[in-house]
Design a protein around this ligand. Structure first.
Ligand code: SF4
Ligand code: SF4
Length: 732
């Protein structure tokens, strides 16, 4: 070992020892913070499916590749990081001796070739990511960036480190080439040979370059260890457990979509018949009341801003960004942690748990953080502003886009639950809806005995459950379908088409009550459970003696469809629920319904969030429209998984939209930009919101918003077309 190698070896060992010590300390700190969360035993089920999903999503980059260029570039950087970690290891041999290398594999040409290819692609990948970050920097002129609010220096730092580590890998090899100590052939390592051609014949060069590479790598480790909230770096490690512990690993996409996570206390679902707010946790009032998986979610956020870029609230000028919400919760959790880890925190009655002696040595900033209300305005020192919390439509675009499977909607609703159930603090206008649900069983407060009014005037009898036994489908009409004038036209269209196709169906009529979706999404789990239990009992009675595959329900409202199909199982109701567009697509495909007159004038389709993103029903409505319209369906720029919300979900239908641009107007402008004269929908709430948007723009005579079922009916039974127009003409 020469004198240069003695120096390089000592320096490499010293910086590595410091970095490893800091990294161990950081991992222990993060683990301690995440363990502050509540238990979530269900996250340990089905380990095989979890492992498979984790490997597919990480190694296959299935979610990242939805953003094709970024996804591909990131994949090469990820593979580069994993494989080229071996080259950092190799650098430790090279600081000792310039001709050193990894034992065994370090002598294989195939290793030289593989690392050469990955090194080149890694450089290309990281340069692409750097260019994308620069192009989308928040300070660029015009437009909102998905990186707005992200800690930009951290992103640039990580990217430069990756680039420099990759470059120094080639420099080390280049010195070996220049000094004739490189064992891989030119054909396997052309870039290394090209670099070697311009480097001097310096014997110690490889050792010095290896030291620089180690210093760069260890600087990265030191910086991230001193910044445990640096998700842009830590996600490289945390993404694996975060995806492994996702809520529903067997789901094809969007683990936090569809059903909401049940309300839990001490790891068990809460039963309101026994729950006691002084002993049980009702939603989330303190950051440590999230489960440990919630705290892991917050720690894993990469700050990529994909969620933010798709969020309808953020895109229309509301204060809610799912990314900033996650970052606020993360920063608060880590700032409050010293106080909690010292034994501090409030019990369920709001009393301090720690003694003065326990808190005596806690940093004042951590104590101050512990005093912050989780939900509160800036003046109150709140972590999350109420306007942020109540702006969410629960559309799920954030969950859909998140590359590390963060479950934003569950966290938002958990915070809403506490506000509604314990604080009675929610937008006052939604109070009428909740009272109507409790007293009348529907959000509009319509008399229950008018639930069957929509059947009047039909030229066939609509049977009720109890009057007939041999029905195949129970037609769940829903509150909108029963009481709201436009939605009633859809209900009548669906009933007419089912009758035309010879489908045996029956309705519950006055036996039906609200599915509970708006109560659950606003956070009133108590009213949800009350309504849902009543419906589950009614439905179980209606299907008595039938196995699950024969307990078939067809629903026109995607919110009912989602709640009945995905959430009633949490309360003992197992049913096979289809959306009417699925059933209609099947009836057309099997020849039971035959479109005869194509509907023309240009048609576009708006995906309802709770049908599309939350339940992956994208094709059936399009198939129905494909058979019923003249020409091709005109897609909006934001469609299918990336569809843009109408603004009504998450009980926003019953709240005023006081901040920013109206979401429905944004969506209507997009629909109208396609030139289509018909905007087809598959949801009564979307119908109301888009109709309001069209009329608000004074375009009610030019553009019609209409359900897919009505479009099909016009094509199957053109003689019934007059009078089924759903768009209200513009007044005046
Ligand atoms: S669910 Fe939709 S509205 Fe709510 S934060 Fe996510 S993207 Fe935004
Ligand atoms: S998409 Fe996920 S990882 Fe990216 S900023 Fe949003 S929450 Fe964080």
């Amino acid at each position: 070992m020469g004198s240069v190698q003695i120096v390089t070896t000592i320096l490499a060992a010293a910086i590595t020892a410091v970095a490893v010590w800091l990294a161990v300390r950081a991992v222990m700190k993060m683990t301690a913070v995440i363990r502050l969360g509540q238990s979530a035993p269900e996250r340990f089920s089905d380990k095989g499916a979890r492992t498979r999903k984790m490997l597919v999503e990480t190694l296959g980059h299935t979610r990242m590749l939805k953003w094709s260029v970024v996804g591909a570039a990131h994949w090469f950087v990820m593979v580069g990081f994993i494989v080229l970690s071996l080259l950092v290891l190799e650098a430790y041999f090279e600081v000792v001796t310039p001709t050193g290398g990894l034992p065994i594999i370090g002598h294989w040409t195939i290793f030289g070739l593989g690392t050469e290819i990955i090194g080149v692609l890694g450089v290309v990948g990281i340069v692409v990511l750097m260019a994308i970050r620069l192009r989308n920097r928040p300070t660029r002129p015009g437009g909102r960036s998905r990186f707005t609010g992200s800690t930009m220096w951290q992103g640039y730092f990580v990217e430069w480190i990756v680039l420099l580590v990759l470059i120094f890998g080639f420099v080390i090899r280049g010195f070996k080439v220049a000094t004739d100590h490189f064992e891989y052939p030119l054909w396997a390592t052309p870039v290394s040979h090209a670099v070697g051609a311009v480097l001097p014949d310096w014997q110690a060069g490889a050792s010095v370059a290896a030291l620089i590479k180690i210093v760069i790598s260890m600087t990265w480790l030191i910086v991230i260890s001193l910044n445990v909230t640096m998700g842009v770096a830590w996600h490289r490690f945390l993404a694996f457990p975060n995806i492994f512990f996702k809520r529903e690993p067997a789901k094809p996409a969007g683990s936090g979509l569809g059903a909401l996570r049940p309300m839990t206390s001490q790891g068990k679902p809460l039963d309101f018949e026994e729950a006691d707010p002084e002993k049980d946790q009702f939603g989330v009032a303190q950051v440590e009341q999230f489960t440990w998986k919630g705290l892991l979610d917050f720690s894993t956020c990469t700050e990529c801003g994909r969620c933010q870029s798709q969020c309808p609230a953020w895109n229309t000028g509301k204060p809610l960004s799912p990314k900033l919400l996650v970052l606020s919760l993360r920063d608060h959790a880590y700032a409050k942690a010293p106080y909690l880890l010292a034994g501090g925190g409030k019990d369920l009655t709001g009393e301090e748990k720690a003694t003065a002696a326990q808190l005596a040595h806690v940093d004042v900033l951590a104590l101050a953080e512990g005093d912050k209300p989780l939900i509160g305005t800036a003046e109150e020192g709140g972590v999350i502003d109420p306007d942020v919390l109540w702006s969410c439509t629960t559309c799920g675009a954030c969950v859909e886009q998140c590359p590390v499977d963060i479950e934003h909607v569950d966290h938002i609703v958990d915070m809403r639950r506490y506000q509604v159930l314990i604080e009675s603090s929610f937008p006052s206008e939604a109070g009428v809806m909740l009272r109507n649900l409790e007293n009348k069983g529907n959000p509009w407060g319509a008399p229950q005995n008018t639930r069957e009014d929509w059947t009047k005037g039909l030229d066939f009898e609509v049977p009720r459950v109890g009057e007939v036994d041999d029905f195949e489908y129970l037609f769940w009409v829903g509150c909108a379908g029963a009481f709201e004038d436009r939605a009633k036209k859809t209900t009548r269209a669906v009933a007419t088409l089912l009758n035309e196709a010879g489908v045996k169906f029956a309705i519950l009529g006055e036996g039906e009550t609200c599915s509970g979706d708006p109560a659950r999404r606003i956070g009133n789990e108590f009213v949800f459970q009350m309504l849902a239990q009543q419906n589950v009992e009614t439905l179980n009675e209606a299907f008595e003696g039938r196995e699950k595959s024969k307990r078939k329900i067809v629903a026109t409202c995607p919110h009912c469809f989602n709640t009945l199909g995905n959430e009633y199982g949490q309360l003992g109701g197992e049913f096979e629920v289809v959306h009417h567009t699925q059933l209609l697509a099947h009836l057309v495909a099997t020849g039971k319904l035959t479109p005869v007159q194509p509907v023309d004038g240009g048609v576009t389709y708006h995906d309802p969030c709770y049908l599309g993103r939350h339940n992956r029903v994208f094709a059936p409505p399009r198939e129905v429209l494909g058979t019923a319209i003249a020409g091709e369906l005109t897609e909006m720029p934001r469609n299918s998984e990336r569809s843009f919300c109408c603004g009504a979900g998450g009980a926003r239908m019953w709240m005023e939209e006081k901040i920013g641009k109206r979401i429905n107007v944004d969506r209507v402008e997009e629909a109208m930009s396609t030139g289509a004269r018909t905007v087809a929908v598959g949801c009564p709430f979307c119908s109301t919101m888009l109709n309001d948007g069209v009329n608000g723009k004074g375009a009610g005579e030019q553009v019609e918003v209409v359900d897919v079922a009505s479009v099909l009916l016009r094509s199957v039974k053109p003689e019934q077309a007059p009078g089924d127009r759903e768009t209200a003409p513009v007044a005046g």
